[in-house]
Ligand binder design. Structure first.
Ligand code: NAD
Ligand code: ZN
Length: 366
């Protein structure tokens, strides 16, 4: 078991990464629980697949679980979802000193974290992530949010968990497509700041995706360490360090918006395409070699992730996508900031990227 410390300015906490951790839930989380009833938020898939294991661990310690089960999918991260959860936490009598448990993927984590941030002006919460994406990204760092009609993650708060328990065994039941989508975020850590880790991912990706639990655990621990140091340096994305985690995301969000934020393109798949676009755009402007760009493209493709936006069924041209990118960055003018690369492992933020140039670049890719 790895215990990785996140030392953010507002809070410090452990991220425990390993196998067999659900069975050790009481030992790990017990010190944070103040009542015999543990409030656990999950979605129906996770409840069916892993609920009994968590129930057993809690029962062994003489506690019981009060479940709040949401429908799987992004729809739970809504005003209605938040209202239902907030009302439920009040009904359950969860106090400010209690810790609510978020047991699921990024959707459950983001919704529960935000509900905890506002419950009685802030109660604690524990993340028990169950998707690869949530292990390496969303469960760590304290960004919580719901979606609104204005867009994804538009209403939220920074609220750090008190503990994160990332049990690699949970990933065994994850559908292959979700696993690959999460792996895009793993590759992202290498691409943005760690060429050696990128090479490690390229070499071990196939075995990791095929089910090697030790490789999964190692990759998660590596990514969590990287995220912990980024969050320690720039918890609330003020200095630009944390913004590097948005590599591939500005292009990616435009693609998600153009495909309706649905099953047509998962978030991680959009990030994979977005990283390929960021790399190609960097090569086009002479920042990075064509060879390196090709190498990235191939590594992403070998992980079974999409690399060509021409293969998407997009009803949008370059200008439309560029406009969606502006929307994502919430800017009004003709230029946006974008995370680009000087090479593998060398991402930086370039301000004032001309959207007309991005539009013509995208037209060439479509
Ligand atoms: P998700 O939570 O929707 O989970 C994906 C699917 O996998 C769901 O159908 C879920 O029921 C199922 N599932 C979860 N665990 C499973 C398991 N162990 N076995 C089988 N099925 C399982 O999606 P996600 O990809 O985990 O998270 C995406 C969300 O995370 C988005 O809303 C995104 O905005 C958010 N996010 C937040 C941050 C952050 O910093 N807060 C970072 C990245 C992404
Ligand atoms: Zn992401």
């Amino acid at each position: 078991m790895d215990r990785i410390k996140v030392e953010a300015p507002s809070a410090s906490y452990d991220v425990v990464v390993g196998t067999g951790l659900l069975a050790q839930f009481e030992e790990l989380a017990g010190p944070f629980l103040t009542s015999g009833r543990v409030a656990v938020v999950t979605d129906a898939n996770v409840r069916d697949l892993h609920g009994a294991a968590l129930e057993r661990a809690v029962a062994d310690a003489g506690r019981e679980i009060a479940w709040h089960v949401v429908d799987p999918g992004e729809g739970a991260k809504s005003w209605q979802g938040l209202e239902a959860l907030s009302d439920w936490l009040l009904e359950q009598g969860v106090t400010r000193g209690d810790h609510v448990v978020a047991f699921g993927g990024g959707v459950v984590g983001d919704l529960t974290g935000f509900a905890a941030a506002i419950h009685k002006r802030g109660c604690g919460f524990i993340q028990v992530p169950t998707t690869l994406l949530a292990h390496v990204d969303s469960s760590v760092g304290g960004k919580t949010a719901i979606n609104s009609s204005a867009g994804k993650n538009m209403v939220g708060a920074f609220h750090q968990p008190a503990l994160v328990i990332a049990d690699s065994d949970c990933l065994a039941t994850l559908p292959n497509r979700e696993l690959r989508a999460g792996f895009a975020e793993v590759l992202k850590y290498g691409l943005l700041g760690d060429a050696d880790f990128f090479d490690w991912c390229a070499a071990n990706g196939a075995a990791l995706l095929a089910g090697d639990a030790a490789l999964r655990r190692d990759a998660v621990a590596h990514c969590v360490r990287a995220k912990a140091s980024i969050v320690a340096a720039d918890e609330t994305e003020r200095t630009g360090t944390r913004a590097l985690l948005n590599l591939g995301h500005t292009f990616g969000h435009a693609l998600e918006a153009a495909t309706g934020f649905g099953d047509a393109l998962l978030h991680g798949e959009a990030v994979a395409l977005g990283m390929v676009l960021a790399v190609k755009y960097s090569a086009r402007t002479g920042l990075m070699s064509e060879n390196a760009a090709q190498h990235v493209d191939e590594a992403i493709g070998r992980a079974g992730l999409p690399t060509a936006i021409s293969a998407l069924d997009l009803d949008a041209d370059g200008a439309t996508l560029a406009d969606l990118m502006r929307h994502d960055k919430k800017v009004v003018g003709d230029s946006i900031p974008l995370i680009l690369l000087r090479g593998i492992g060398a991402a930086f933020m370039q301000h004032d990227i001309d959207l007309a140039d991005v539009a013509s670049f995208l037209d060439q890719q479509l």
